[in-house]
Design a protein around this ligand. Structure first.
Ligand SMILES: [Mn+2]
Length: 326
């Protein structure tokens, strides 16, 4: 780990045009880590930009951005970066090109660094200057926190709070992928002044959304010994809503993998899949044209309906349809 930190520090110091990029639909782990890394880069008296998309960000992240702004901690970001010979591109929280905010950027940049905590898949970004993919880490926050510690640097308490939120989300409240190092990272963030109450506020959600989600969860059923299926109603959902339900389903007895099926648009049905680690949901989703990681994967299918997709999925996982017993 120390060698990685050393190399990363040298790369930052050697380059003048630094971009930080996380995955599409950024979350607290990816964006929190990016914001923290930018602060670290600032402390080396170097400029950097976080690569973002024009599209709307999720609500709680927006709350964090507003708070950062109020505290004069607003981060540098760019929508259309310009690559040069001495550009250093640091990718956080994913190691797959297609999942990044701007995949093309990777082809254009000579110096690419990848830091991720997901289980390494075959289509990882090749030809990196530095590549650190460690599935023993709970989150990218865990990496960044250890990096802070290694550099003997502190961070603003508000950023520490955002990082703690990221750590909590990625571990599903310290239930998944959590090691002693994860708790050490949390402890360090609290030492730096992370605010537990504010963190709760950042993670608070709209009550109607909660109730809607619970109603969907109510309809879930065990498709076989250890896989749970959940079919949403005919309303439209965002990917992240389906993903969140899939994550929640993992907390129930006997559940090793969860699948949530719902409409993403009029003609597109999405499945979000999660696993606690012993079932490869990427493999299952790839059979339906999707992808992801061992513990989190998804797919989108056009011109089909919920019932058809449910049947296709049941055929793949060898389950039986119990949805009508409710
Ligand atoms: Mn993550």
């Amino acid at each position: 780990m120390e060698q990685i930190f050393k190399t990363l520090t040298n790369l930052i110091k050697e380059n003048n045009n630094i971009y930080i990029m996380t995955h599409k639909n950024p979350d607290f782990d990816g964006m929190g880590s990016a914001i923290c890394l930018q602060q670290i880069i600032n402390s080396f008296k170097k400029n950097s930009y976080i690569v973002l998309n024009k599209k709307e960000r999720n609500n709680s992240l927006q709350k964090s951005y507003n708070l950062l702004k109020e505290n004069n901690l607003y981060f540098n970001y760019v929508i259309n970066p310009s690559i040069s010979e001495d550009t250093l591109l640091i990718i956080l929280d994913t190691h797959k090109q297609v999942m990044t905010e701007k995949p093309k950027l990777i082809d254009e940049t000579k110096n690419v660094v990848v830091i991720d905590h997901h289980i390494k898949s075959k289509d990882y970004i090749k030809d990196c200057t530095l590549n650190y993919i460690n599935a023993n880490l709970s989150s990218t926050v865990e990496f960044i926190t250890q990096y802070l510690k290694y550099l003997n640097k502190t961070i603003n308490p508000l950023i520490a709070t955002i990082l703690l939120a990221g750590l909590e989300i990625d571990t599903n409240n310290f239930r998944l992928k959590t090691t002693n190092q994860t708790h050490e990272a949390a402890s360090f963030l609290l030492q730096l002044g992370a605010d537990n109450v504010l963190k709760q506020e950042l993670l608070q959600e709209n009550k109607d959304n909660y109730i809607k989600r619970q109603k969907i969860i109510e309809k879930s059923y065990m498709a076989n010994d250890n896989m749970i299926l959940c079919i949403a109603d005919s309303e439209l959902y965002e990917n992240k809503d389906l993903a969140y339900i899939a994550e929640q389903l993992l907390q129930f007895e006997n559940v090793a993998a969860s699948f949530v099926i719902g409409h993403l648009s009029e003609d597109t049905v999405g499945i979000s899949a999660r696993s606690i680690g012993n079932i490869d949901v990427e493999d299952i989703m790839s059979k339906l044209g999707g992808g992801g990681h061992l513990t989190e994967a998804a797919t989108q299918i056009k011109n089909s309906n919920l019932k058809q997709i449910e049947q296709q999925l049941l055929a793949i996982i060898g389950g039986k349809d119990e949805s009508n017993i409710y």
